[in-house]
Design a binder for this molecule. Structure first.
Ligand code: PLP
Length: 465
């Protein structure tokens, strides 16, 4: 059921239902801006308009049903579509008291959620500031770190931050400033002053053609070098995604994160783990930090916190950091929104009750093994890798040199999968899949089969295999 505009007494009414695809497409072109996709592509392919979701299946206006292996495109949807328990929890909260404001104005679900997050997150993380999404969480974390360094008296001059090549931390100016995706960053420069980038640990390819472990060592050593170069007294924080999404699921070694932790401790630099994409089961644990025994000083989250059922994010830090700050000088109107918190509480309860983190780990291992068995020896596949229910196929035009495809081969494979009913995503040199945690093994099998078919067909058509 979709909405149609009707003229009633000169006032536009949007309550009558129709499935008028042409009209909706025109309205979308007339009135919507399409973020991070060029207008020409949308004009050519049309906006994707969906009318129904159930489990991990999405149905569009034309009645086509696809398996959503991308968690609603953004990886936020970790519990699939049509979850009535979450809907009921939100309905109950909305009809009790939907929203009460910020500062010290709370409703019960927000306080309960803070306590649950303190329980679930690693180490001594205990005190929560809420936001409405990932960029706001990163923004809050960076400001919290700077404020702590100043108001604790530890480093009154510290205003600098460090992140890594290929990092994505969000779109707001602070989060964008620590982001290394030129396509979204360049036009808005100059960035917030005082930020620098260092090499990031990557699998399969790295810029110096080094062996993986040696390269990871270089990445960690580079952090210490950069802190010394900037002047340790001026560096407030280092921020990194425990597992980076750039070019597909970059899982570093435990040793890498242990060394980063040691270096941050040595120089009084706060370590911010950005778990916006990895949190709440994506990697087969509540938080990806757990895989590396990493205890950050600040951890950011959003996306799957509510399973995508409500826009909500959060930042959690230690008592020591929270207590050093007389007043957090940062707020967002909808921070800790009661109904969004109710959605998050319900999403977390369902994952706990149904053992979905364990399922993600077990089904993820199965999925990874099947994907590798189907594709890792293919002439255009460089590596198949992943963690939990987050996997990618990293492509190469030449297995000997690991050369990237400079043309549209990877995008065409993703498009071919969509034509065969499976939604995946291109992420740089790789194809990524990050399905909801409720995805069944039969659905994972279908995704593997369709992916292998798309790779084989496109490679054959282009004379690559
Ligand atoms: N941090 C990470 C690691 C992300 O992956 C993202 C979004 O993809 C963000 C921050 C920004 O989150 P949002 O889009 O909710 O603002």
């Amino acid at each position: 059921m979709v909405l149609q505009r009707l003229q009633i007494g000169g006032i536009q009414d949007v309550t009558a239902a129709t499935s008028n695809a042409d009209e909706l497409t025109k309205l979308a072109f007339d009135h919507c801006l399409f973020p991070v996709i060029d207008q020409e592509t949308v004009r050519r392919e049309g906006p994707r308009i969906y009318v129904k979701g159930e489990g991990i299946e999405l149905t569009d206006l034309a009645g086509n049903t696809t398996l959503d292996m991308m968690g609603s495109h953004t990886r936020a949807n970790s519990l699939g579509y049509g979850n009535r328990e979450i809907a009921q929890a939100v309905f109950d909260q909305m009809t009790a008291v939907h929203y009460v404001g910020t500062t010290s104005h709370f409703a019960e679900p927000t306080i309960r959620l803070a306590a649950t997050l303190a329980e679930l997150t690693p180490g001594g993380l205990n005190r929560v500031a809420f936001t409405s999404g990932g960029s706001e969480s990163v923004e809050t974390a960076l400001k919290l770190a700077k404020q702590y360094q100043r108001e604790s008296g530890n480093k009154p001059r510290a205003y600098k931050t460090i992140s890594r090549w290929n990092a994505y931390h969000g779109s707001s100016m602070g989060a964008l400033s620590v982001t290394d995706w030129l396509a979204v960053r360049e036009i808005f420069e100059p960035r917030v002053p005082g930020h620098s980038f260092i090499p990031n640990p990557t699998r399969y390819r790295n810029p110096f053609d080094m062996a993986e472990e040696a390269y990871f060592e270089l990445c960690a050593t580079y952090l210490e070098r950069e802190i010394e170069l900037q002047g340790p007294d001026t560096v407030a924080a280092f921020i990194g995604e425990p597992v980076m999404q750039a070019n597909g699921v970059q899982v570093p070694s435990r040793h890498y994160w242990q060394r980063v932790r040691e270096i941050c401790d040595k120089h009084g630099v706060l370590l911010i783990a950005d778990e916006v994409i990895t949190g709440f089961g994506r990697t087969g644990s509540w938080f990806a930090c757990e895989h590396f025994g990493l205890e950050p000083d600040i951890l950011t989250m959003a996306k799957a916190l509510s399973g995508g059922y409500a826009p909500i994010g959060a930042v959690i830090t230690t008592d020591a950091i929270a207590d050093a700050i007389p007043m957090l000088r940062h707020v967002h109107t909808f921070a800790g929104h009661a109904s969004a918190a109710a959605a998050a509480n319900a999403a977390i309860s369902i994952k706990r009750r149904d053992g979905l983190i364990e399922t993600a780990r077990e089904n993820g291992a199965y999925f990874g093994a099947e994907l590798a068995a189907a594709l890792e020896n293919h002439p255009i596949v460089g590596q198949v890798r992943g963690l939990g229910l987050w996997h990618c196929v990293d492509f190469t035009a030449d297995r000997a040199t690991k050369a990237k495809f400079e043309d549209d081969t990877v995008s065409v494979i993703v498009e071919r999968m969509r034509a065969h009913g499976v939604l995946a995503c291109r992420i740089g040199t790789a194809l990524e899949m990050s399905p909801p945690l409720i995805t069944t093994r039969a659905q994972l099998d279908t995704a593997v089969e369709v992916c292998a078919r798309a790779v084989n067909d496109v490679a054959r058509e282009r004379g690559l295999a």
